[in-house]
Design a protein around this ligand. Sequence first.
Ligand SMILES: NC(=O)c1ccc[n+]([C@@H]2O[C@H](COP(=O)([O-])OP(=O)(O)OC[C@H]3O[C@@H](n4cnc5c(N)ncnc54)[C@H](OP(=O)(O)O)[C@@H]3O)[C@@H](O)[C@H]2O)c1
Length: 348
Amino acid sequence: MSGSLAGVRIVNGKPIRSGHRLLTDWLLDATIYFSFDSSGFRRHQRSAPQDFKVRDNAHVLVTGANSGVGFALCEQLMRRNVQVTLLCRSLTRGDAAIERLIKSFPSAPKPRLLLADITDLQAIDDAIDVLRDDVKSDHLPPISCLIHNAGILPLTQSFTSTGHELAVAAHLIGPMRLTHALFDCMAEGGRIIFMSSGGMYFAPLSVKKMLAYNVETQDSYDGVLAYALTKRAQVELAKCLHERYRSSGVSVDVQSIHPGWADTPGVESSLSAFHQKMSGRLRTSTEGALPTEWLCHTPPLTESHFWFDWVPRSPYLLGKRPPQSEIDALWNMVSEGAKLPHDWVSSS
Ligand SMILES: NC(=O)c1ccc[n+]([C@@H]2O[C@H](COP(=O)([O-])OP(=O)(O)OC[C@H]3O[C@@H](n4cnc5c(N)ncnc54)[C@H](OP(=O)(O)O)[C@@H]3O)[C@@H](O)[C@H]2O)c1
């Protein structure tokens, strides 16, 4: 760790800042632009942990792993010989990703491919049934880290077969179902990470607005807002799930993270004007992935944090966490969408 700059170490389950933060860092971070972009990455990287210990028997499951940040994350994990499982919705794109990974890291444990669209509850259960057999028969270690990375910024309003708007289904309902399905495959002291987005800073939690998206409103549908609302909800869901695990004695912790603005196929296709305007200033996919790779391996955390570039940040621009009633409404909306009883954590 760089001598004088502020970095974070995990001590007794708490992230502890050491060193000092320069005034210029405060100012540049406040611009957002020079924080989320590639210059922000390089500046923050100076105080990042230089090296870290990979968890023993690490096995990381990454959703949306065939492209962008998810694929880059698998590369970084395999570079350190970690067992990875990729959850992808397309056999062709999933196979191509596996092939590239094996070619690049021939001596790493063979990556595993699971096929499921993250909005398809039955497909998720079926995929995890296959994985469970391998974990229970000791062919694969239990999951040390589950990364809910699959994401989309819908250009138009569309619905799943269960009638849920796509962003709500892909960012909240599917991940909840996957979390539940994987419950008995998680390692002691394991971790779940939601790949959220800094875009959520401008969208306070609103269950009402997310529920309204389930009704056809083509003309007034705003995909960027649907994305931001569901990314905000991921941060709150992570905290809520973490607390429910704690109070039920489950040792898994739940975190959320923002990868910064990275140049990925998703950004290029969904935010083409932004992608063009930011040409040369976006992070690479690998830069977007590196802090998450580190977070996969840090010791268990007692609280749920929102991370950005190796440091926990407040997820709120102003004010505090939403009222408990709104968080409960989120939990109920997501549980019902995922067809799970509201008390599934305590009754599992
Ligand atoms: N890049 C950024 O600047 C940025 C900033 C903030 C947050 N993020 C977050 O980072 C994550 C990765 O984004 P990215 O930029 O790397 O995007 P990307 O290149 O578009 O990758 C997204 C991945 O998610 C998969 N996916 C989408 N819908 C899916 C579904 N229904 N079922 C299964 N997989 C699905 C995609 O699979 P297909 O290839 O089959 O479509 C793809 O593998 C997202 O959660 C995004 O919100 C990214």
